[in-house]
Design a protein around this ligand. Structure first.
Ligand code: NDP
Length: 327
């Protein structure tokens, strides 16, 4: 089936830092629900739904699945079978740094890991290049210069168009930006976690990004699904928290958090939004956030996310009331 002709009418695109690249306010991540253990048809429907809604940015990593690598294979199959004529309308990313293959070379930040892993990801997705390649996490034991030189080489050899880093603390981010700049491959983007329940980026990282003209694509903006109305009456069977391979632990769903979500949900209702939509609007209130990377298990969740484009921005009064609840 052809993608919708009106797919660019409603989505809004933000400039990624001081670069030339525009990213959709909402991006789709394939960490959960696109693996070999999941249903291919559902994954396909979600990617096509996202693309129809103007979501041009698809976030992957070597290890997404399970099993590791299978999300990239699923995405490669969807691209080849459904979207082969649309590669230039998409931003496709991958990352290396977490455990991917056995032995001393299958994780962290050595040149050996990053370059081999990038080659594997390209094969799995059937691509000549990814748009952004990330160092997935800082490596305390590898010189930062080595990791950044590997990113530089990946870009210079044409296997990625841009370089990014993920999960780096502010100080190490600054060092990484300086090294990449000196190599002639400025860092495009940082990918940190950020949500109402996880605000570490406010403690210096967003300032460093702004100062360096680096954009941000923030992950788990719904705290893996907790910042929705889904867990208000217990743990539903089809939820991430109920899945054996889901990363959301039931221990993370405390009574205190549920009480906060109930109070936040009232503000959402006032705005004509769902809880999940309020959580996304709140993250995007900070103009240093280029894009929120959502996850989804159903097409309807992607529609929910895209629905925020029709909501007004948060007022200062609403921001203050949310702040009081989150304290
Ligand atoms: P979210 O916080 O957006 O959580 C997504 C989950 O929330 C969905 O899978 C679904 O789970 C639930 N959900 C989504 N929308 C709704 C809704 N409208 N109503 C009810 N429940 C909803 O993000 P993720 O944690 O999935 O992370 C997003 C992406 O970020 C990843 O795919 C990955 O690309 C990236 N990421 C990067 C990391 C890094 O280290 N760089 C680490 C983690 C993620 P359910 O199954 O319960 O329906």
């Amino acid at each position: 089936m052809e993608p919708r002709k009106d797919r660019y009418d409603k989505m809004k695109y933000n400039r990624c830092g001081k670069s030339g690249l525009l990213l959709p306010k909402i991006s789709l991540g394939l960490w959960h629900n696109f693996g070999g253990v999941d249903t291919y048809e559902n994954g396909k429907k979600m990617v096509l739904k996202a693309f129809d809604l103007g979501i041009t940015h698809f976030d992957l990593a070597n290890n997404y699945g399970p099993p590791p690598g299978s999300a990239e294979e699923t995405f490669g199959k969807i691209l080849a079978q459904e979207l082969s004529g649309y590669r230039d309308e998409m931003i496709i990313t991958s990352k290396a740094g977490y455990l991917m293959w056995p032995g001393p070379y299958g994780e962290w930040g050595a040149r050996k890991n990053l370059i081999s892993s990038c080659d594997q990801s390209l094969k799995r997705m059937g691509l000549d290049y990814v748009d952004i390649f990330y160092s997935h996490r800082p490596d305390p034991d590898t010189p930062l210069e080595e990791t950044m030189m590997a990113l530089n080489q990946i870009v210079k050899s044409g296997k990625a168009l841009y370089a990014g880093i993920s999960n780096y603390e502010p100080e190490r981010s600054q060092q990484a930006f300086d090294i990449l700049k000196s190599l002639g491959t400025p860092c495009l983007i940082h990918q940190p976690s950020y949500s109402m329940f996880n605000r570490w980026v406010e403690d210096g990282l967003l300032d460093v990004l702004e100062k360096n003209g680096v954009g941000s694509a923030v992950f788990s903006p719904l705290f893996q699904g907790l910042l929705t109305d889904k867990y208000l009456k217990g743990i539903p069977e089809d939820s991430r928290a109920a899945k054996a391979h889901g990363f959301l632990q039931t221990s993370q769903i405390s009574e205190e958090k549920i009480e906060k979500i109930k109070a936040l949900n009232l503000i959402a209702a006032e705005r004509g939004q769902k809880m999940s939509q309020l959580a996304l609007s709140w993250v995007l209130r900070d103009k240093r956030v280029t894009s929120v990377i959502i996850g989804a298990s159903k097409e309807a969740q992607i529609e929910d996310a895209a629905g925020i484009l029709e909501s007004p921005e948060l007022s200062q009064d609403q921001i203050n009331r949310i702040e009081a609840i989150l304290k």
